[in-house]
Design a protein around this ligand. Structure first.
Ligand SMILES: Nc1ncnc2c1ncn2[C@@H]1O[C@H](COP(=O)(O)OP(=O)(O)OP(=O)(O)O)[C@@H](O)[C@H]1O
Length: 766
């Protein structure tokens, strides 16, 4: 005979199985409909292809538009969605009819327990043959109650359900009853409630090397950010693990859904490291969005350059500072003048004409003027002013023309003089040497000479700082070839602006000063064509919306670089000042203010830590109190029942320390199913890579700055004192390292920071 508890358990299983079977029927209907839509899209494509012979421009344009729409539709339907259908809400009767497709969220009678409407939520909207909603796109206004309703503010929602499926098979449902005070009914039968809630189930899962979307469990405060209006700038702060990265990516998908035409202009997501880029890259495709969103590391924003080295904290601090603008301006000019010939000598009109060093200096000053035109674009102007100066030499001893006819004749002579001289080999060779095309890398190449750097840096950085800068570029060739850091990339971008693209000699050279004054001479088709091409190229570096992740780390120079790609854009900026590795927040804020200049801002704070269990969050909070006193810790939503482990190596030998780190990693590999990370000070990365050799793919070794934004099932933070002492921002970097784990944390200290009797190293005793 069965006991009472057994009976209850069996009943639960029966109810669960029945509910799963019900959702399976709905999912089968959805796939059936999707197949019909797929066939329709294929037909449209074929039909459009047949219309290739219809000749009128209007018909061809319509065909193109049709092909585009059908192709996009096909691509989205063909996407292999995991959990295509993931949510359901059962709603009370609304107090008002739908308006503009948005259902009222207020019940006619809050005490009415009857389910009047059921909505299913999924990654894409699917309509049945009668245009009734089979699935509502998660981004549609009608789906908002799924994310916004809470037991405190349930709106019309009686029950919220998360549906889990694999391929086409429903494998589980998790319910939240939002009106426990009522006994909701559907078709006269009590509404069953299955499972313990979806959020906890999803947070407890093992982590892999890629981030998952959170579409089935977005929380209310996160949903408000995702659906915030696009205009101006949306600024989001929140502690580690509060979902800032996840929210930022879901917001990109939301914006595309809401205004695909506008955001077809491109959404740029700026990430701090290539590691975080590859970690987050899969999220948007899993939401059905690809193509319009470019996720790029801050060191990869300039085409053709991939930052590959790290600066020392000292060098990074100088390179990131806005003082570099002035220094680079001078460096660009100095590079132009480097090895410039001191005399111009040409033979024309039967005599030798010369411009000496003093005269050349004056001409150069006039070329540059005060307009701030990029140096490379000034070459046509340099050519013209040199010709003018030579002409003055040529007519030095002639009387001034007396009347209009004489002036006209002189002008004609000047024109043939210009034509003759500008084709002369000595003049051309001089121009090449005196106004060479300068590349950003070439400028950096000159700065590796500390004496040169010191000379031009006067008043912008100290002699000692210029030595640090020069040392950081010592590995570059004279032309600046060699690996660059993420901070260098921002400098290259700034230089690109100061220098401009070198003029293209193929076309008539356009005087940039004329362009600036608005005087446009008669242009050839080639000119217009070339300019048009330049404009299109320039537009490719501009985006309609820019999302900045880990914004707290951006330097003023990096803000300037990103700002140049977002002149017309709206913004979403997420970050956590307490995790900042940039030591001068006020300077960075000033650069951001300049970039956002006058755009309206809306601010949000995320308060719940979904990553770290409370046991780990508590240790991190101690470091937070030191790193950013007064900053509140986000509250952790779960406990794992295991305290972080503190281990120590008393012997100073690096080998013993390495062996201990390896042993700790092996221990953790046995305790968790997913990934395990070892985080070490930046300058111990090479030795740490040796400690972990052969431990397999689940183990990752990271320098402290590389850990930004990433997460693992378990982490070993080795040499916390070393990490804290790396720079002025070291404690904040340590705070980042301590908040990467979803289940287990081990802190391994060396002899500099031995634990007390309770096992806690001095640094973490708080
Ligand atoms: N609503 C949610 N449902 C399920 N998981 C969530 C939810 N919100 C966040 N998470 C998970 O919590 C973890 C932390 O999220 P995320 O990396 O976006 O946080 P973050 O605020 O960017 O953290 P950090 O500042 O440390 O980089 C991720 O695994 C994410 O999937």
């Amino acid at each position: 005979m069965q006991s009472n508890t057994d009976t209850t358990a069996t009943d639960h299983e029966t109810v669960r199985a029945r509910e799963i079977a019900g959702e399976q029927r709905h999912l089968d209907n959805v796939y059936h409909r999707l197949e019909e839509k797929l066939a329709e899209a294929e037909y449209i494509l074929e039909d459009a292809a047949k219309r290739v012979h219809v000749g009128t421009p209007g018909a061809l344009a319509e065909r193109d538009a049709q092909v585009y729409r059908a192709g996009a539709h096909l691509q989205r339907l063909n996407n292999e969605f995991e959990d295509f259908l993931f949510g359901r809400v059962d709603l009370q009767q609304a107090d008002a009819p739908e308006e503009h497709g948005i259902p009222s969220n207020t019940p006619l009678d809050p005490a009415d327990p009857v389910v009047a409407e059921t909505l299913h939520i999924g990654r894409l909207g699917v309509l049945d043959a009668e245009f009734g909603p089979l699935v509502i796109d998660w981004r549609a206004p009608a789906a908002a109650p799924f994310y916004r309703s809470t037991p405190l503010e349930p709106g019309r929602v009686l029950r919220r359900r998360v549906i889990r499926s694999k391929g086409r098979k429903v494998i589980g449902v998790e319910d939240d009853l939002l009106r426990p005070d009522l006994t909701p009914t559907l078709d006269g039968v009590e509404l069953p409630v299955v499972g313990d809630g979806a959020l906890m189930a999803s947070l407890g899962r093992a982590r892999s090397h890629t981030m998952r979307d959170i579409v089935s469990s977005i929380q209310k405060e996160q949903d408000e950010v995702i659906r915030a209006a696009a205009a101006g700038a949306t600024l989001v702060t929140g502690g580690p693990g509060t979902g800032k990265t996840a929210v930022a990516l879901h917001r990109a998908a939301f914006l595309l859904y809401q205004d695909r035409r506008r955001y077809a202009g491109g959404i740029l997501v700026v990430s701090p490291t290539p590691l975080l880029v590859s970690y987050t890259e899969g999220v948007l495709p899993s939401l059905g969005e690809e193509g319009q969103v470019a996720i790029r590391a801050v060191g990869s924003l300039v085409d053709g350059i991939e930052a590959g080295t790290y600066d020392t904290p000292r060098a990074a601090r100088i390179k990131g500072s806005a003082r570099m603008v002035q220094l680079l301006r001078r460096a660009a000019r100095a590079t132009l003048e480097l090895r410039a010939p001191q005399e111009l000598k040409v033979v024309a009109r039967g005599e030798v004409l010369r411009l000496d060093a003093g005269r050349l200096r004056t001409v150069r000053g006039n070329v540059v003027g005060s307009g701030g035109t990029p140096l490379n674009l000034l070459r046509p102007r340099a050519r013209r002013l040199l010709l003018d100066a030579l002409w003055q030499e040529a007519v030095r001893d002639l009387p001034r023309p007396a009347d209009h006819y004489a002036r006209e004749r002189r002008q004609e002579e000047k024109e043939s003089f210009d034509e003759y001289v500008s084709d002369e080999a000595p003049f051309l060779a001089f121009l090449d040497a005196w106004w060479p095309a300068v590349t950003p890398r070439r400028v950096l190449g000159t700065l590796k000479q500390s004496r040169h750097t010191n000379r031009i840096a006067r008043g912008t950085v100290t002699p000692e700082e210029s030595k640090v800068l020069a040392a950081s570029w010592r590995h570059l060739s004279e032309h600046g070839e060699g690996e660059l850091s993420a901070h260098d990339v921002a400098l290259v971008d700034e230089l690109q602006l100061l220098l401009g693209e070198p003029a293209r000699p193929k076309f008539r050279e356009v005087d940039a000063a004329d362009l600036l004054t608005g005087l446009d001479e008669v242009t050839t088709f080639a000119d217009r064509n070339a300019r048009q091409r330049e404009r299109v190229q320039a537009e490719r570096t501009e985006y309609a919306h820019v999302i900045v992740d880990e914004s707290q780390d951006l330097t003023p120079m990096q803000w300037r670089m990103i700002g140049r790609r977002a002149r017309m854009a709206t913004w979403t900026i997420v970050g956590d000042p307490a995790q900042s590795s940039w030591p001068f927040p006020q300077e960075a804020q000033a650069a951001l203010d300049e970039v956002l200049s006058g755009k309206p801002r809306r601010r949000y704070t995320l308060t719940v830590n979904y990553r770290n269990p409370a046991e780990i969050a508590e240790v991190a909070a101690k470091v937070l109190a030191l790193a950013a006193p007064g900053t509140p810790s986000p509250s952790a939503v779960r406990h794992v029942g295991v305290e972080p482990r503190f281990a120590a190596v008393t012997d100073p030998s690096p080998e013993l320390f390495g062996a201990a780190a390896r042993a700790e990693l092996e221990l953790l590999l046995g305790e968790v199913d997913g990934t395990v990370a070892l985080v070490v000070p930046m300058d111990r990365r090479a030795e740490a890579a040796r400690w972990t050799e052969g431990l397999g793919e689940r183990v990752v070794t990271l320098g402290s700055l590389e850990a930004k934004g990433l997460e693992y099932d378990a982490t070993v933070v080795a040499d916390p004192t070393g990490i804290a002492g790396e720079s002025e921002a070291g404690l904040r970097v340590l705070y980042v390292a301590l908040t990467r784990a979803t289940q287990r944390l081990t802190v391994l200290s060396g002899p500099d920071d031995l634990p007390d009797a309770a096992g806690t190293p001095a640094l973490l005793r708080g």
